[in-house]
Ligand binder design. Sequence first.
Ligand code: AMP
Length: 337
Amino acid sequence: MSKKVILTGLRANNDLHLGNYLGALLPMVELQKKYAGQYQINLFVPDLHSFTTPIDHSKLYEQTMHNLKLFVAAGLDLDDQDTFIYRQSYIPAHSELTVILNSFTYMGELSRMTQFKEKSEKQDSVSAGLFDYPVLMAADILLYGAKYVPVGADQTQHVELARDIAIRMNNKFGDLFALPEPEKEQIAFAHQQTRLRIRDLADPTKKMNKSDDSGKGVIFLGDSPEEAAKKVMSATTDSLGKVAHDYEKQPGISNLLDIYEALGGDTKEFIGNEQYGPLKQAVAVKVKEFLTHFQSRQTKVDQVKLTAQLESSEKAMNNTAGATLLKVQKVVGLRAK
Ligand code: AMP
C-alpha cells in the first residue's frame, strides 16, 4: 500500500526572512526528519499562488529556484525516497482540476474565507485569483489524496474547504477523492510541529513580515550578517528594566528571547537581568553566526542534484496528479468512461 501523504508548500513571492526560516523552512525540514519512511512528503512551491496578490513578475522564476535552494541549505535531504519536491505550475493538473472544482464550489463559501477578507481589505483592486485561491489549494491537496496539510491558523479554513468540496463531489460521483483529515486532526497534527511567530524587531507588536516598508525590523536571509546584527542591536524593547518572557508587556524582549532560543541559545542566563544590552548583544552574535553559516551552506548546495531531483519528482507527481485528474474528467463527462 502506498504511504499516506503530508503536503506542505511555501510561496516564493518574496525574499524570505528569519520568521520564514524559523516558522516555515525549519519545520519542513523537521517534518521530513520525523516522518519520512512513515509518510510520503510532498513539498512544493505554489508558484501559481504567488501572484494572487500583485508581485514583481520579473523575479518570480528566480525566486522560486532560490527558495528551493534555501530548503536544501536549511537541511532538506534530497536523497530521501519519500520526499517529492516540485513546482506547482510544472504539474498542469493543478490548474485543470481547479477549473473543474470551481463549478462545485459556492461563491458564499469563498466569500467567507478569512484570509480572502483580510487580504482583500488591504488592496485597492482584488483579483479573481485571490478569491479563487482556496480552490487552487483544494486541487493541490486532492490531486495527491493528502491526509495532512500542516498550515498556520489562517489557512485551516482552506483545508476544511478542500474537504467539503471533496465530500460534495464524492456524494455526487461516488468514491472520487481521498479526504484530508478533518479540522480537529489537522490542528492536532500541526501542533506537533513547532510553529514560532517571530515579531518585527522595530515594531514587536506585529509579526516579522516581508512587506514591511523600511525593512528595519526584518532580518532577511540575504542580509549581510553585520547588517542583521545592527538590526538586532537597534531592536525596540521597553523601559521595564527586567528581562522576562511576557508577550503582553514586553513583546520586544520576548521576541529576542524567542530568536535566541530558536537559534540554539540558552536564555536562562538572561532572565531577570536588569540590563537589556547583554541579551541584545548575545542575540546579535547568534544571528550573525546563523546567517554566516546559512549563507555558506547555500553556496555549497549541489545545484545539479537539486535540478535532477526536482525534475524526477515532477515527473512522478505528474503521473499521480494526472491519474486523479483523469478519474475526475471521466466522472464529470469530459473523458470516455
Ligand atoms: P508568508 O509568505 O508571510 O505567507 O509566510 C510563509 C510562511 O512563513 C508561513 O507558513 C508562515 O507561517 C511563515 N511565517 C511568515 N512570517 C513568519 C513569522 N514572522 N514568524 C514565524 N513564521 C512566519
